[in-house]
Design a protein around this ligand. Structure first.
Ligand code: RB5
Length: 141
């Protein structure tokens, strides 16, 4: 599986550690920036990541900012992107099962690295249930 990952300055350290975790678990990634912890504008990186998904270069995406909220608002402006702010295991599992979310957003100032990595594992390994949920997500478009 190949995914895209991006952050702003607040999520930079978490992104770097997450890349290491992904590699260790056999997940390939494309890094859409940022490349350091200098203050930057998260919508720029959200847009780059969404582009990689819509072009077919990546199957899913992980966006990280301070709260995860700015990134989720920005990503959900892009048609075809279903971004979910993830901070617990149950919601992360069900946003895949029921919403077929293709982007997860994490708050590096809200949750720790260990939980972030566990949530990423759940997000990347849970499959959409389809059925009645398909009609509902088609209504987004
Ligand atoms: C940056 O200070 C912070 O505003 C950003 O990382 C994010 O939390 C926005 O939603």
């Amino acid at each position: 599986m190949k995914i895209a990952i991006a952050s702003d300055h607040a999520g930079y350290q978490m992104k770097e550690q997450m890349k290491q975790h992904l590699t260790e678990t056999g997940v390939e990634w494309i890094d859409c920036g940022t490349n350091n912890d200098t203050s930057c504008d998260y919508p720029v990186f959200a847009q780059k990541l969404c582009h990689e998904i819509l072009c077919g270069n990546a199957e899913k995406g992980i966006l990280i900012c301070g709260t995860g909220i700015g990134m989720s608002i920005a990503a959900n402006k892009v048609r075809g992107i279903r971004a979910a702010l993830c901070s617990d295991c149950f919601s992360t599992k069900y946003t895949r099962l029921h919403n077929d979310s293709n982007v997860m957003c994490l708050g590096a100032r809200v949750i720790g690295q260990g939980l972030a990595e566990e949530l990423a594992d759940i997000f990347l390994n849970t499959f959409f249930e389809g059925g009645k949920h398909l009609k509902r997500i088609e209504m987004f478009e």
